[in-house]
Ligand binder design. Sequence first.
Ligand code: FES
Ligand SMILES: [Fe+2]
Length: 431
Amino acid sequence: MLSEAKNKLLTQVGPGTPMGDYLRRYWFPIAGSAEFDDMSVKAIRLMGEDLTLYKDLSGTYGLVDRHCPHRRADMSYGYVEKNGLRCNYHGWLMDETGACVEQPYEDTANPNNKLKERCGSKAYPVRELSGLLWAYMGPAPAPELPVYEAFTFPNGFVEVVTSDIPCNWFQCQENSIDPVHFEWMHDNWSIRQKGSLGPYASTHLKVAFDEFDKGFTYRRVRSDSDESSAMWTVGRVFLWPLGFYLGEHFEWRVPVDDENTLSIGWFYARVPKEAEPYRQKHIPHWRGPIRQPDGRWISSHVINQDIIAWVGQGAIADRSKENLGASDRGIALIRNRFFDELEAVAAGRDPKGLIRDPEEAKLVQLPIAERRNFLEGKPLAEFFKHPYYSKRLKDFPWHFGQPEAVRKAFCEAMGVDLNGAPLARASEPAE
Ligand code: FES
Ligand SMILES: [Fe+2]
């Protein structure tokens, strides 16, 4: 249970709020780079700020104020040039640093004027990495953008999925350190959604939470496993401050404002041995819908189920009315860590896990259960024997709504047909 004041500390993200300023000290993903395959300008709201994300004709990304510094026209209706984004109203041109580099009529009428120098736009740096666009909205100097080891996994098919979630980011991120929900929200609810009364899934016998420099891990022992399981020896990663890492996929909960969150998932699947070497030419992006036509939430896929928990807690969960138990020890831990961090940063210290050393940022390893799956790969026959990978070939289990083109590209990479069955290989003799 938290006081209203402490709840506000965790949940308010606008400029000048303690958490808002804190989160701005990190790079976080804001879009899939494939979103810019067939458009060049996008309106985007982040951390309570209305912004415009664009890719100019030279391929440079920029993130500038939503409103033009001239007379406040909407820059998301601007058009890109070789170097920057031009406002569609009177043609002022902004570059990715926020500098106003052209003011066409002013330049003609009074070429010596200094108006340009006074008319910069707010602008934040953007980087592209592994199919994601990342922004840094904090004070200079920006820390290094970490290249997580998973971004270097070879022979993989990757897709990026985003969803707009109408609730505060913190309740989404608390889900990243909540092992017990997996049993009820995913395993047992899925059993019931299939029309079965059970038996229910294996139960949680114990959970543990540990801090490390890049976040926390949670570990579990369930009734069908023991302490030799990777879920106990390694566990899953609460990636500080707004990520979740599960070996072959990441999820980030990026604040849009106090009552909205952008969910961004990055999903890797290693192709079977037979399909190696495989080099993906293009990382697709798709938007994951969250509502059914009747207005109820979609509940068929794992992250859709999570989203139902997040939005169900209210636009901003009222933590003065909750009752935490032993399953929530991780949640209490990370809240307290955030409170400590807010104080530490106010006292001038660098936030937890920031990387300043370019060498360190080149390869950032995180705890990975089943690391062998990603580093060594396995033949297709082993996929079919594996409880998770056999299902992964048949359907994308994380989000509802995978587009057909992405499904096709995935199946081609994996060497299976659209039903997930092995393709007859051309080299095999016909029977
Ligand atoms: S309002 Fe943008 S150029 Fe005039
Ligand atoms: Fe979940």
